[in-house]
Write a protein that binds this ligand. Structure first.
Ligand code: ADP
Ligand code: MG
Length: 694
């Protein structure tokens, strides 16, 4: 009999969500919690005590024996430490206990998490604090409590704290604008995020046989399979049975913990897929994306599969990214990036649009830096991914509006005069502008902006922190100017027109993959940070420090700490990859090639004894020997270069990029030649055609 999955019933069934709270808390306590999340007012310990008690009873019913403060250290993934609910009664028995204090604050040894120098070695303690705006949930027998993570001195050691800070700043500035337009209702403006996740799924036995996949998450070697993605037969293709049963299981697990998993389909590359949730507030969406990545991996393992979240697991086929759909919603349910129905609503829309355009133009390099990583270097600028240049796609209709404002011409009828903001109507903006240009790194898609430069494995917090902060800054400037104006309408016209005029260079509707664009972007003075090494150098520019400290998103020390961690992570990743390559070449590839060459030589000798021709074998031996010698020499050279890495991390980043990644590419080229020359039975690991077309 087929099992029936009652989705509405299981959805969020393992989450201590608002509905559950309403049911299980007294009205007074529920209201106190609600007040805390809407206005940010602090929670009394007595309230926390009641919540923790209700949470515990609920969690135990769900099978939990432990609780954990779940946090997001600067590794980009999540961390957890589980404590059990048990408390001894003194007579050899235990009861299950969980206090408000345990809910609200935790202490953990932070010494093994990256701190970027924020935490002195003698003060290894870290603290976690409950984030009451995110829901707790039960998973694998534990009650998960979403928390912020900070040091003894109060420095944020995580990605959630700055995200919450930036959302607050954004809301403050956006509210000022809304008030100017006569909105006295809205209490909060909330960034909304929908993060589409790409990933690869491969059989576990292939994965297990490749040291590069196991140690680095990507293939460091591999000649292209005879077939790639040129037939375009995978994109949106039928999902194979094994994968679809995995996906079914995945959806169920995600739904249980309240992740709004919505769309699933095959992606362009073989073995590549995508999962998109329905958007949610940024805080929940960031937590959800962490759960998606974690559950993808765990669920795959259960099905004897492996999920690869790396940005470029296979050379020559598409890599994986994340699309970060971003909009601003009011607590009254309005989307501020949605063009309005009336001239006045449109005027307000144009203010938010202009703020976004100006902010992205002014802080393009900051945004670019938030997606810089060793893995994403393989993607940004490659043929399927957006270029490393940040630009905004608006679509024809909106571009026409913007141009008419800039040029003082009418957007539809050249006879008519200037478009007066707040007076004239705008043409309808179609919602499906989205698919017209997939090459844009940042596209307006009708009522949201889709930022497409994120790497598939990265936390979505950093770019959203940047987007929030940039918006907070420019909206704040706009509010200053408009609040001080005597004639609001005139000031509005002036402001929007000036802002769009000054920042129109960031708008680009053409093909982002073309070489012409790179030249054109340079002419426009847009920044083009091609690699992580280049990007990270500009991350801590004074301008960026001023921005983040002004808004209290990071202290300068917190900001510099992040920079240090990104730089270190980059160096460590390249180092591990380089070492893995050397290991594989010396212990697998060279021995295999040599064994095969040796056997061929023996065959040639035998053939010659019999007086039969052996030209093919001889030619092969020649080619194999040439590639083998070249590979060996490259190995020696790279090993030498590895001993010359500068001690200073910043210099090391440049060195790893300029020297080591070039060595790695050369090494790979020779190894891949050997793979193509060698009898398959000698080859030490599964090839691309084994893995991608199983
Ligand atoms: P596609 O990118 O394939 O065209 P959609 O436009 O339907 O797909 O949505 C992609 C993602 O954007 C989904 O996660 C969706 O929930 C999210 N999304 C839709 N509307 C908004 C919005 N107003 N703000 C933020 N994200 C949104
Ligand atoms: Mg998309």
């Amino acid at each position: 009999m087929r099992e029936f999955l009652n989705v509405p019933e299981i959805f969020g069934s393992d989450v201590f969500n608002e509905a559950t709270m309403k049911q299980r808390l007294t009205e007074e306590v529920y209201n106190a919690w609600k007040q805390c999340v809407t206005t940010g007012s602090p929670l009394q310990l007595s309230v926390a005590n009641e919540i923790s008690e209700a949470m515990k009873v609920w969690a135990i019913e769900k099978g939990a024996t432990h609780f954990t403060h779940w946090f997001q250290p600067m590794t980009g993934i999540t961390a957890e430490k589980h404590d059990s609910f048990i408390a001894p009664t003194g007579d050899g028995r235990v009861i299950m206990e969980f206090s408000g204090k345990e809910l609200v604050k935790g202490e953990s040894d932070a010494s093994s998490f990256p701190s970027g120098g924020l935490r002195a070695t003698f003060e290894a303690r870290g603290y976690t604090a409950w984030d009451p705006t995110a829901f707790a949930f039960v998973k694998d027998g534990s009650l998960y409590i979403p928390t912020c993570f900070f040091s003894y001195t109060g420095d944020a050691l995580d990605t959630k704290t700055p995200l919450l800070r930036s959302s607050k700043e954004l809301s403050k500035a956006a509210i000022r604008i809304l008030r100017l337009f006569g909105d006295n209702e809205t209490i909060r403006v909330i960034p909304s995020v929908g993060a589409e996740q790409e990933y690869f799924i491969i059989p576990k036995d292939f994965y297990a046989q490749r040291e590069d996949l196991r140690l680095t998450g990507r293939t460091l070697f591999g000649a292209p399979a005879p077939k790639g993605q040129e037939l375009e037969d995978h994109y949106y293709g039928t999902i194979r049975t094994r994968i679809s049963s995995f996906m079914k299981d995945l959806d169920e697990q995600l739904w249980r913990v309240g992740v709004l998993s919505y769309t699933k389909h095959n992606e362009a590359a073989p073995c590549q897929h995508e999962l998109a949730p329905i958007y949610d507030n940024a805080n929940a969406a960031c937590d959800a994306n962490q759960l998606v990545m974690e559950i993808l991996k765990k669920c795959a393992a259960k099905h004897n599969l492996v999920c690869l979240l790396h940005e470029k697991p296979f050379q020559g086929v598409n890599g994986s990214g994340k699309h970060n759909n971003y909009s601003l919603s009011t607590d009254t349910g309005r989307n501020l990036f949605r063009p309005g129905q009336t001239p006045r609503q449109n005027a307000q829309f144009l203010v938010f649009l202009a703020a976004f355009i100006q902010g992205i133009d002014e802080y393009q390099d900051f945004l670019r830096c938030t997606v810089a990583s060793a893995g994403n270097d393989h993607r940004l600028g490659a043929h399927e991914a957006p270029p490393a240049i940040v630009s905004i796609f608006l679509g024809d209709e909106l571009t026409a509006v913007v141009e008419s404002i800039i040029n003082g011409t009418n957007y539809t009828d050249p006879e008519k005069s200037i478009m007066r903001i707040g007076v004239d109507e705008m043409p309808p903006i179609p919602k499906d502008t989205t698919d017209r240009n997939r090459t844009s790194p940042l596209a307006f898609t009708g009522n949201k902006f889709e930022f497409r430069m994120l790497g598939s494995s990265q936390s979505v917090t950093a770019p959203n922190i940047a987007l929030n902060t940039i918006m907070a800054e420019v909206l704040g400037q706009f509010a200053d100017e408009l609040e001080a104006a005597e004639d609001f309408e005139a000031a509005l016209q002036n402001l929007v027109c000036r802002s769009l005029t000054e920042h129109q260079r960031i708008i680009f509707n053409g093909n982002g993959y073309s070489a012409d664009w790179e030249a054109e972007a340079a002419k426009r003075g847009l920044s083009n940070l091609r690699s992580t090494a280049e990007a990270l150098t500009s991350y801590t520019s004074q301008k960026n420090i001023d921005l983040v400290t002004k808004h209290g998103i990071y202290t300068e020390a917190e900001f510099r700490a992040r920079h240090e961690i990104y730089v270190e992570a980059y160096c460590k990743i390249i180092k591990i990859e380089a070492r893995t390559m050397l290991d594989m070449v010396r212990h697998q590839i060279l021995p295999a090639a040599s064994r095969y060459t040796g056997d061929l030589c023996e065959r040639v000798l035998n053939k010659e004894k019999l007086g039969v021709p052996a030209a093919a074998e001889k030619a092969l031996i020649e080619k194999l020997s040439t590639a083998t010698d070249a590979l060996y020499a490259l190995c020696e050279a790279m090993e030498g270069h590895m001993t010359d890495v500068p001690k200073d991390y910043e210099a090391a980043t440049i060195y790893y990029h300029d020297v080591i990644t070039k060595d790695m590419a050369a090494l790979r080229e020779q190894a891949d030649i050997l793979e193509q020359l060698t009898d398959k039975s000698y080859w030490p690991y599964p090839t691309y055609s084994d893995i991608l077309f199983y």
